[in-house]
Design a protein around this ligand. Structure first.
Ligand SMILES: Cc1cc2nc3c(=O)[nH]c(=O)nc-3n(C[C@H](O)[C@H](O)[C@H](O)COP(=O)(O)OP(=O)(O)OC[C@H]3O[C@@H](n4cnc5c(N)ncnc54)[C@H](O)[C@@H]3O)c2cc1C
Length: 445
C-alpha cells in the first residue's frame, strides 16, 4: 500500500501525520512553497499579527491531542474571556446576542413574538424528513422568521460565508432534524440529550495558527513542497501514476495504490476529468464564494464602542456593506501595537458577492465608513490592509450533494476525499476527518 496525498492544507498534513504514525507509506505533494493552505498567519511590518484565513479554533479533543503530539501545547493562546460575548446588528445598532437558550427568553434582543415562537417549538409536531430542506426553511418552520433573520442568517454567514436560504440543514447541522425526529422538538432534544450544553474553548497559537501546519510539514518524512499534481493516470496493474510539476520540472510518480484528494473540489476536478468525468463535473460544481478580509487599525481613543466581545455580525436584512467584523485586538490583545485596536472585517461570502469583487481602495473606504458609523470612530485608520480569497469556503448547498455522492463512489477505486468540502469546514472538522481516514486506511494495510 502506498498513498499519494494531493494537497498540504490542514487536511492533507494531518492525514499524512497519522499515516506516518501508523507506518503506512505515503507521499504528500503540495503546490505552494508554503504549507498550510487556508491557514496563513501574516506578521506585518507595522506590528500586527493577522490571520488571513481561520483566526480562532474551537479546541476539540482531536485538535488538543494533535497539538500535544506536536509539542505545541505551550503555544496555545486562549481567547480573552470577554470574547464570549457576541454582538449582532439590529435596527442599526449593535446589541448583545443571547448566548444560551434561557437567555434567549430573558434578553431583550428578540421580540415577544419571537420568544413566544421559541416556546411554541416545544409543542410543535415533527415534520417528515426532507433531505433537501434548507437551513432557513428548517429554522423558519420551527422557530419563525425573526430567528432566521437575526440569529441564523448572521451565524451561517459567520461560519460558512454562506446563505442559509441555500445551505442544507442535512449537510450542516444534521443533528438538529435528528433531534426533531427523536424528541418531537429541537429544544427539548437539545435539553434532554445535553448536546447544546457547554462551549468549547476558543484558541489560537501564540505565533499564529500557521504554526500548526508549519510544524506538521516539518515533521513529515515525505513532504514535497512547490510540487503541483497536474494529471493522474492509471497503470495496467491498477496503480495510479501522478504527473508532477515541481522544482525539477515535469516528473512522473508511479505506483500508488491509493489517492487522497486533500485539495479544493475545484482543483481536484480537472485531475479526475480523464478517468472519472462524472465525478469531475460534480466536484467542479461546488460553489466557493469570494471573500475579502479587510483589516483596519485605529487608535483606541478614536473608537467609542467598548469592543467588549468577539465581534459583531450583520444580518442580511440590515442592508450593510460587510458581513461583520471580528475584534481581533479584543480576542488576542497581544496581536496589535499598544494603544491600537484592530478590526478584521469580512467583505463577501455568498450573500455579499459583489462587494467581495470591488477594487482594494473602494473596499477599504467602504469598510472604514461602515466601521465609523457603527463604532463611533473619529478620524482615519492608522493602517488598513486586505487579503483576497477568490474562492473561500465550499458551500454545503444543493450543489455539494452530487460531489459527496461522487466522492462515495470514488472510494471503490481507492480514491478518498479528505478536505473541507467532504465533511465539514472548520479546522477541527478537517483534523477529525483526516485522522479518522488515516485510521481506516491503516486498517486496510
Ligand atoms: C477566510 C476564511 C476564514 C476561515 N475562518 C475559520 C475559523 O475561524 N475557524 C475554523 O475552524 N475554520 C475557518 N475557516 C475554514 C478552514 O480554514 C478551512 O476549511 C480549512 O483550512 C481547509 O483545509 P483543507 O486542508 O481541507 O484545504 P486547503 O486549506 O484548501 O488546502 C488544500 C491545499 O491543496 C493545495 N493544492 C491545490 N491544488 C493542488 C495540486 N494540483 N497539487 C498539489 N497541491 C494542490 C493547495 O495549495 C492547498 O495548500 C476559514 C476559511 C476561510 C477561507
Amino acid at each position: 500500500m502506498k498513498i499519494a496525498i494531493i494537497g498540504g492544507g490542514i487536511s492533507g498534513l494531518t492525514l499524512a501525520w497519522y499515516l506516518q504514525k501508523s507506518g503506512v507509506a505515503y507521499d504528500l505533494f503540495e503546490a505552494d512553497t508554503r504549507p498550510g493552505g487556508n491557514l496563513r498567519s501574516w506578521a506585518t511590518p507595522e506590528g500586527f499579527l493577522l490571520e488571513t484565513g481561520p483566526n480562532s479554533l474551537q479546541l476539540s479533543p482531536e485538535l488538543e491531542e494533535l497539538l500535544a503530539d506536536l509539542g505545541l501545547t505551550d503555544q496555545i493562546q486562549e481567547a480573552a474571556a470577554v470574547s464570549q460575548q457576541r454582538y449582532v446588528l439590529r435596527d442599526g445598532r449593535y446589541q448583545i446576542m443571547p448566548g444560551s437558550p434561557p437567555s434567549l427568553l430573558t434578553n431583550g434582543f428578540f421580540s415577544l413574538k419571537a420568544k413566544w415562537q421559541l416556546l411554541k417549538e416545544f409543542r410543535q409536531p415533527a415534520a417528515p424528513i426532507d433531505k433537501n430542506e434548507t437551513v432557513a426553511h428548517f429554522f423558519r418552520r420551527r422557530f419563525g422568521s425573526e430567528i432566521v433573520d437575526y440569529a441564523v442568517n448572521p451565524f451561517m454567514a459567520g461560519i460558512y460565508a454562506g446563505d442559509p436560504e441555500q445551505l442544507l440543514i442535512n449537510k450542516t447541522f444534521k443533528q438538529l432534524p435528528a433531534l426533531e425526529q427523536q424528541y418531537g422538538s429541537v429544544l427539548r432534544g437539545l435539553m434532554k440529550s445535553g448536546k447544546g450544553a457547554g462551549r468549547r474553548r476558543i484558541i489560537t497559537l501564540k505565533n499564529g495558527v500557521q504554526t500548526i501546519t508549519d510544524t506538521l510539514a516539518a515533521r513529515l518524512s515525505s513532504y514535497q513542497s512547490g510540487t503541483t499534481v497536474t494529471a493522474i493516470s492509471r497503470a495496467a496493474d491498477d496503480t495510479y501514476q501522478l504527473e508532477l510539476k515541481g522544482p525539477q520540472g515535469l516528473e512522473a510518480a508511479p505506483g500508488y495504490t491509493h489517492l487522497a484528494l486533500a485539495l479544493p473540489a475545484y482543483a481536484a476536478a480537472p485531475l479526475l476529468e480523464p478517468l472519472f468525468p462524472k465525478a469531475a463535473a460534480a466536484l467542479a460544481a461546488v460553489y466557493y464564494p469570494p471573500m475579502t478580509a479587510v483589516y483596519s487599525a485605529y487608535d483606541r481613543a478614536a473608537v467609542a464602542h467598548p469592543l467588549n466581545g468577539f465581534g459583531a455580525l450583520h444580518p442580511k436584512v440590515e442592508g450593510t456593506y460587510a458581513a461583520g467584523s471580528v475584534w481581533t485586538s479584543s480576542i488576542y490583545p497581544n496581536r496589535v501595537p499598544a494603544g491600537q485596536v484592530l478590526f478584521t472585517t469580512f467583505v463577501g461570502g455568498a450573500q455579499y458577492e459583489d462587494a467581495a469583487r470591488q477594487p482594494e481602495e473602494a473596499q477599504k473606504a467602504a469598510v472604514h465608513a461602515e466601521l465609523s458609523k457603527f463604532y463611533g470612530i473619529t478620524g482615519a485608520p492608522r493602517w488598513q490592509g486586505r487579503y483576497v480569497w477568490p474562492r473561500s469556503i465550499p458551500q454545503f448547498d444543493a450543489r455539494i450533494v452530487d460531489a459527496h455522492r461522487a466522492a462515495d463512489a470514488l472510494e471503490a477505486d481507492h480514491i478518498v476525499a479528505v478536505a473541507n468540502w467532504r465533511v465539514g469546514v472548520s479546522v477541527p472538522d478537517c483534523i477529525r476527518q483526516a485522522r479518522m481516514r488515516a485510521g481506516l486506511l491503516a486498517a486496510e494495510k
